[in-house]
Write a protein that binds this ligand. Structure first.
Ligand SMILES: C[S@@+](CC[C@H](N)C(=O)[O-])C[C@H]1O[C@@H](n2cnc3c(N)ncnc32)[C@H](O)[C@@H]1O
Length: 270
């Protein structure tokens, strides 16, 4: 598998991905924003967000008074973020900065009080070599006493083998975009790779233009799934000490039916 394929989620395949990202109701309504803003506020120093995308978390964090740097590999996602930032008041713009880069190989020449990866960018890293490289970069960029928050979904066992997930199903019913086009979205798994712990996934955008023309736009990418103790071992191997594992953004502890696995860790264990 090509390395870039395995590490980016193909957000630059078509400009529509960055254009529609903020309009997907499930993304806009995600209940993670206050969780990340609170951690940035408590950090007492600058936050680094890896895979910051269009600034869904980064911009409200800067609005809340925190300094934050966003790193992303996608030019389109970053330029959408930049456009949005330009509409913010001057002080918000001054607290937020952006850089293009790959989270498996970056050197920013500064350290951070908090490093985050909201909405699962780490799951784009299919190989353990990439995961290890990313966590090593995180480790090098953490200030003393800095914290790292790693967010992943809790793997639902049927999703890793049940052929029912090969069927295309709607996840976003049709709604109208501000310019009059109509958008709906379906998704499907196209292949299971159980030995390598990833699925090939497609997010399929159906656009109907005001003149009746329709488009079917596909974002296809491999998505890695993780298990709790695997992540505990991986973090330990990279020198992190886990402080807490949450199962959701309400800070409930990880349980069998939790939707998320959110690891809060300290770095640089001697
Ligand atoms: C689901 S979006 C999350 C965006 C944002 N954090 C949020 O919460 O809305 C995943 C982001 O990770 C970025 N990404 C994927 N692989 C990456 C890599 N290797 N290095 C940097 N960014 C990456 C993608 O370009 C995309 O913007």
């Amino acid at each position: 598998m090509d390395k870039t394929m395995s590490t980016c989620g193909n957000y630059d395949d078509d400009p529509f991905l960055a254009e529609y990202y903020d309009l997907i109701p499930d993304y806009a309504e995600r209940r993670d924003r206050d969780f990340y803003i609170d951690w940035s506020g408590a950090a007492g120093g600058k936050t680094l967000e890896l895979g910051c995308g269009t600034g869904r978390i980064l911009i409200p964090t800067a609005r809340a008074g925190c300094e934050i740097l966003g790193l992303d590999l996608s030019k389109n996602m970053l330029s959408r973020c930049r456009e949005k930032l330009l509409k913010e008041p001057q002080d918000v713009q001054e607290r937020a900065s952006l850089t293009i880069g790959n989270m498996v190989d970056f050197d920013l020449h500064e350290t951070f009080s908090l490093i985050t990866m909201p909405f699962r960018p780490f799951q784009h890293l299919v190989s353990t070599a990439d995961q290890f490289a990313c966590l090593s970069c995180v480790q090098r960029h953490l200030a003393p006493d800095g914290k790292f928050i790693l967010e992943l979904f809790q793997t639902y066992p049927r999703r890793i083998f049940d052929p029912v997930y090969l069927n295309e199903v709607e996840d976003t019913p049709e709604f109208e975009l501000p310019d009059g086009r109509r958008l709906s979205r379906t998704n499907r798994t196209t292949a299971f790779h159980r030995a390598e712990q990833f699925n090939d996934v497609e997010l399929i955008y159906h656009v109907t233009h005001p003149d009746g023309r329709t488009e079917r736009l596909v974002q296809a990418f491999p998505f890695r799934y993780f298990f709790r103790y695997e992540v505990e071992h991986l973090l330990a191997r990279c020198g992190f000490e886990i402080e807490t594992i949450f199962g959701d953004f309400d800070k409930s502890p990880l349980a069998g039916d939790s939707p998320e696995m959110i690891f809060v860790a300290r770095g640089a264990i001697e």
